[in-house]
Write a protein that binds this ligand. Structure first.
Ligand code: PRT
Ligand code: ZN
Length: 303
């Protein structure tokens, strides 16, 4: 049953993040950039929200989907791999969906991949038929094998999956890969991608119906404001009136130039650009008559 139908009305939002590990620091920094701050409790598992009624629970990443499903937490920052695994495992035993990814957060990127011994001449998924595959993601792997029509044995391991072929517990593995160094160190090579993963903000499938709904909407809006401005730069310069058209032609990917009155007959101009503005590009603008060029990073926006 969902939290919204069982739990009493609450006026503080609770977010679960990883206590320590790859996602812990970036999750905390992102939430802080959304304007949240906390008073650290002595046991450090619960951080009381100071700037807003938004508290943090510091837990193992594996526990985050379950905490949302049980209504203990309203939101969580967790790898899509973990969320998807637990969602599929629930479905396999007939439980209804209890959480969903709300936003991709742009960190913790990795891929869930099939990796085989380097000496295998990879011919395609039919090579998996009848093999034993070691993984910590049995539900995702089972669903993928079914979709591919391959009958293979899933060997569930909670860690050190990459040494399973050497130990003889499986012929190949299905594990997370980021740089690929771990696979290479174990004489394995990646051959198939099951999932492209990143950290996500996960929330319940049912909407909240008390004060937390407003807090959640505000947090999502701030997150969107941050991700929208991530690559945006404000470009400012001044120029003589007769140079403005030529300068605008040099900025085809920017928003239309905004003109402001400048001193001594010059026009002050500004525009938003996406992505990097190289030194070369600024020098080109300068040769075309731009003066006092300034590039400013955009920190926040509410749109
Ligand atoms: O204690 P807790 O249970 O909270 O932490 P954990 O040990 O389960 O998780 P942690 O901190 O290792 O990972 C948290 C999340 O980070 C994962 O669920 C993924 O969403 C994400 N992530 C991103 C990764 C990786 N990259 C990653 N490379 N998680 C694990 N790895 C491991 C992978 O399993 C393999 O052992 O790193 C190794 C491969 O790395 P490369 O760079 O050698 O390819
Ligand atoms: Zn974990």
């Amino acid at each position: 049953m969902s939290a919204s139908t069982t739990a009493p009305a609450r006026d503080r939002l609770r977010i679960a993040i990883q206590k320590s590990g790859r996602l812990a620091d970036p999750a905390r920094s992102l939430l802080a950039a959304c304007g949240l701050s906390w008073r650290q409790s002595r046991d450090k598992l619960f951080c009381f929200g100071e700037s807003l009624p938004v508290d943090l629970l510091l837990v193992r990443d594996d526990d985050i989907p379950g905490l949302i499903a049980d209504g203990v937490c309203d939101l969580g920052v967790v790898g899509l791999n973990e969320l998807d695994e637990q969602a599929k495992a629930r479905r396999q035993i007939g439980l209804a969906d209890a959480y969903q990814p709300l936003r991709g957060l742009g960190f913790g990127s990795c891929r869930l991949m099939i990796a085989v011994p380097e000496e295998w001449d990879w011919q395609g998924v039919q090579m998996l038929q009848g093999k034993r595959i070691a993984t910590s993601y049995p539900a995702i792997l089972a669903a993928w094998l079914k979709e591919k029509g391959v009958d293979a044995q899933v060997v569930e391991l909670s860690g050190s999956v990459e040494i399973a072929p050497k130990l003889g517990t499986a012929e190949l593995i299905c594990d997370l890969v980021s740089s690929g160094a771990t696979l290479a160190a174990n004489q394995l090579k990646p051959v198939e991608t099951l999932l492209e993963s990143e950290a996500v903000l996960a929330g319940p499938v049912n909407e909240l119906d008390d004060a937390r709904a407003g807090l959640m909407a505000m947090l999502l809006r701030r997150l969107d404001g941050l991700s929208k401005t991530q690559d945006q730069k404000l470009l400012m310069f001044s120029a003589a009136e007769e140079s403005v058209d030529a300068l605008a032609r040099l900025l085809p990917d920017a928003e239309p130039l905004l003109r402001l009155p400048g001193a001594g007959g010059a026009v002050r101009l500004q525009t938003m650009c996406n992505g990097a503005l190289s030194w070369q590009r600024l020098e080109e603008l300068e040769r075309a008559g731009a003066q006092g060029l300034m590039v400013l990073a955009v920190e926040k926006s509410l749109v």
